[in-house]
Design a protein around this ligand. Structure first.
Ligand SMILES: [Zn+2]
Length: 394
C-alpha cells in the first residue's frame, strides 16, 4: 500500500475509516506486504495509528525523525514508525514488488516519488512534488533521466484546475528563490522586528528565511520546535545552532512544556544563543523570528513586535480566513503591525506537471491528490480517472 493519509479536511475528533485493504486493520492477511509512506505530511501518513502494528511501514529515516521531533511539541497525528527506510535510488524488494524511491522537491523534508515494478508493469507514484523549491535540481534530474517504461503514472494534481476556471495572468507564486528575494527586501525595508509565521516542518522555508535574514544583515531566531526539526533532518547543511547569525527565542508555551516534562536540557543547550524579549525590544531591527503563527501574539504582547515591525505570512493564505487567522489579523491591525505574504506552494504547477508527463511518457496518467481529476484530460494525454475505493489493474 502506498501512503495511509488522513484527509486534511477531517476534523481532529472525526473518525476516518481506513481504506478497504485486506489485513490493514487486523494484520492477518499475508498478501499485505507493508505500507510505503512517501513523505511526512498527515494527508500521507495520518491514518497509521489505525493500521495494525504487525504491518511493516517504510519511510525516509529523516521523515520519521522529523515527525518524532514534532510530536513532542504538537502531538497531532501518529508517530511515523518504520520497519525499513527509503533511500534515494535504492530499490526495496517487497514480495514480488521492486520499489525504487526517488528523492523529490516538496515542502516536506525527505519526500519520495516511488516506482513499483512487477513483471511488465511499472507503476510510478509521484507522491507530492514540485519543480520550484530549493531542491528543484531533483525535479530537473527526473525530467532529464526519467524512470523508463512506466505503464501507469499516479500523479498528484493539487494545482490542477479546469482551464475554464483559470483566469490569466496565471499567478504561480514564484520559486523559493523568489520568496527569499521578497523576504530580504521586506526585512531591509523594515526598521523593527520581522516575524515570519511559517510551518516549522517546512525545512525549505527555514532555509529560505535564514538566507533572506543573512542578506538583510539580521540574525535569525527560531523556536525550540524549529531547532528540533532542523536537528532531526540529520543534515549539517540545514541551519541550526552553531550556524552564524542563528539564535533561539523560546515562546511561553514551549517554556511550559519543558518545565512540565522536566526536559531542561532543551533550553540549557541553546543558552548561549538564546535571545529574550528584552533583547528583542532593545535591537528589534537586528532580528528575524521564524515561528508558528500561534506564537506571534506573544511577541506583540511583550512589545517586541510593534508598528515599526512586520509579520511575514509564509503559509497558505487560506489559513488567514480561519478563526485563528482572523484573530491574528485583528490583533495585528489593532497594534498597527503590518502584514505581508511571501509564500509559494509545495506542489508543482500544471506547466511542470506537463514537463513531467512529457518526460516519463507513461502508458496512462491516473489523477490523485486533486480536486480536478476530470480536468486532467485537458492537460495530459492518456488521462484515466478512477474513483476512490475502485479496484483496477495497473
Ligand atoms: Zn505533501
Amino acid at each position: 500500500m502506498l501512503d495511509a493519509g488522513r484527509p486534511l479536511w477531517a476534523r481532529h475528533d472525526e473518525h476516518v475509516p481506513l481504506p478497504a485493504v485486506p489485513g490493514l486493520e487486523d494484520g492477518d492477511d499475508p498478501s499485505l506486504l507493508g505500507v510505503v509512506v512517501s513523505h511526512p505530511h498527515l494527508d500521507h501518513y495520518g491514518l497509521l495509528d489505525q493500521v495494525h502494528p504487525s504491518v511493516p511501514v517504510y519511510a525516509g529515516a529523516a521523515a520519521s525523525s522529523i515527525v518524532g521531533a514534532a510530536r513532542w511539541f504538537s502531538p497531532r497525528g501518529p508517530a511515523l514508525r518504520t520497519a525499513g527506510h527509503l533511500r534515494d535510488g535504492e530499490s526495496l524488494q517487497l514480495g514480488p514488488f521492486r520499489i525504487t524511491p526517488y528523492l523529490v522537491d516538496h515542502s516536506a523534508f525527505d519526500s519520495y516519488a516511488l516506482v513499483v515494478e512487477h513483471g511488465d508493469s511499472r507503476l510510478m507514484y509521484t507522491g507530492d512534488l514540485r519543480g520550484h523549491g530549493r531542491k528543484s535540481r531533483l525535479f530537473e534530474r527526473m525530467i532529464a533521466q526519467p524512470p523508463a517504461g512506466v505503464t501507469t503514472l499516479l500523479m498528484e494534481g493539487t494545482q490542477v484546475r479546469p482551464a475554464s476556471e483559470v483566469t490569466p495572468p496565471l499567478h504561480l507564486g514564484g520559486s523559493e528563490s523568489d520568496v527569499e528575494e521578497a523576504m530580504a527586501a521586506t526585512f531591509r525595508a523594515t526598521p523593527g522586528l520581522a516575524v515570519v509565521a511559517g510551518s516549522p516542518q517546512n525545512v525549505d522555508r527555514l532555509v529560505t528565511t535564514y538566507r533572506a535574514a543573512r542578506r538583510a544583515g539580521r540574525t535569525l531566531l527560531v523556536d525550540l520546535y524549529g531547532v528540533a526539526v532542523a536537528r532531526a533532518t540529520g543534515r549539517s547543511t540545514i541551519p541550526q545552532p552553531g550556524f552564524p547569525a542563528f539564535g533561539v527565542w523560546v515562546p511561553r508555551r514551549q517554556r511550559v512544556l519543558v518545565k512540565e516534562r522536566a526536559e531542561f536540557e532543551r533550553i540549557a543547550e541553546v543558552r548561549s544563543i538564546r535571545v529574550f524579549p528584552e533583547g528583542l525590544a532593545e535591537r528589534p531591527g537586528g532580528y528575524v523570528v521564524f515561528t508558528s503563527s500561534s506564537s506571534v501574539a506573544e511577541l506583540v504582547h511583550c512589545s517586541a513586535l510593534t508598528r515599526h515591525g512586520v509579520v511575514v505570512w509564509s503559509m497558505w493564505s487560506g489559513y488567514l480566513q480561519e478563526p485563528s487567522g482572523v484573530r491574528l489579523r485583528d490583533l495585528l491591525a489593532g497594534a498597527g503591525v503590518p502584514m505581508v505574504e511571501h509564500h509559494t506552494s509545495g506542489h508543482a504547477s500544471v506547466t511542470d506537471l506537463k514537463r513531467l508527463v512529457d518526460a516519463v511518457k507513461p502508458g496512462r496518467v491516473v489523477p490523485i491528490h486533486t480536486d480536478a481529476a476530470d480536468a486532467f484530460g485537458e492537460y495530459f494525454p492518456r488521462a484515466n480517472v478512477h474513483e476512490d475505493g475502485e479496484w483496477w489493474a495497473a
